[in-house]
Design a protein around this ligand. Structure first.
Ligand SMILES: [Zn+2]
Ligand SMILES: [Zn+2]
Length: 254
């Protein structure tokens, strides 16, 4: 209760301190709820295919075209659906503000980016998602309380609603590990980085809805795809509980 009260005060203060300007071009915005002008939103380059989770090759036919061996296929048991690139400054700013400045209202902007991307993959690559269920990367209860929301869950809810899909709280976070972004940020060796992140995230998740996963195709939502360690860890657990196809849906890939 008290937390909500302070969030309300903080939001009001933000409104006063920061009049509504566009995130991208800093021009004045008529609509306080919009955060970004139509021009900047339209300038985000939205992808139209799925990607290989290992080498990030485009997959215009929605199936693996590259071979990375059985071990890697087991480690990355999903296809990557990334709406945009983290190199895009507007995308980066939006995600950063969304995550770290607690702008939970930004979920509608990022949700719209995700939805536009899925629409374009459905149209261009003939992806069928009608028989998919949606789930998301959970936060530890403690962190969700502090932040006030789970950014991935909000995006998952938007996608489930827009595409009329079932949403399942499939996973729970049982370990409050440090955020992946804090792990070896400057480590240039990608493999080493993956291993460090993998170690940090291992055993962080448990299944929360085991009976609901078996035989299902799953869209697993998160905000950013960096090394893939978090999504791999979650996807492996979903697979162990009988998940069929998994598509990892993120706003941006780094
Ligand atoms: Zn703008
Ligand atoms: Zn590949």
């Amino acid at each position: 209760m008290l937390t909500n009260f302070f969030i309300a005060i903080k939001n009001t203060a933000l409104d006063i301190l920061f009049p509504p300007v566009c995130f991208g071009c800093k021009n004045h915005l008529e609509n306080r709820d919009k955060f970004i002008c139509d021009g900047c939103l339209a300038s985000i380059k939205i992808n139209n295919t799925l990607f290989c989770p290992v080498c990030q090759a485009r997959l215009p036919e929605n199936k693996r075209v590259c071979s990375h061996g059985l071990k890697k296929t087991d480690e990355f048991p999903y296809l990557l659906a990334a709406a945009a690139s983290y190199d895009d400054k507007i995308v980066r700013d939006l995600i950063h503000s969304y995550k770290y400045e607690y702008f939970d209202k930004l979920s509608s902007v990022l949700g719209a980016v995700l939805a536009a991307y899925l629409d374009s993959v459905i149209k261009n690559s003939k992806l069928e998602i009608k028989n998919f269920s949606v789930t998301y990367i959970p936060l530890h209860l403690f962190r969700e309380r502090t932040r006030g929301f789970n950014q991935s869950k909000l995006l998952a809810e938007i996608i489930a609603e827009k595409f009329n899909l079932e949403i399942i709280g499939a996973l729970q976070r049982v370990r409050n590990n440090p955020p992946q972004a804090k792990i070896s940020k400057n480590n240039r060796a990608q493999t080493k980085n993956y291993k460090k992140r993998q170690k940090n995230i291992s055993n962080a998740f448990e299944i929360a809805a085991s009976g609901k996963i078996s035989g299902k195709n799953i869209i697993l939502v998160d905000d950013v795809y960096t090394s893939g360690a978090t999504i791999s860890e979650a996807a492996k657990i979903l697979k162990r509980h009988g998940a069929n196809k998994i598509i990892a849906l993120v706003v941006a890939r780094a």
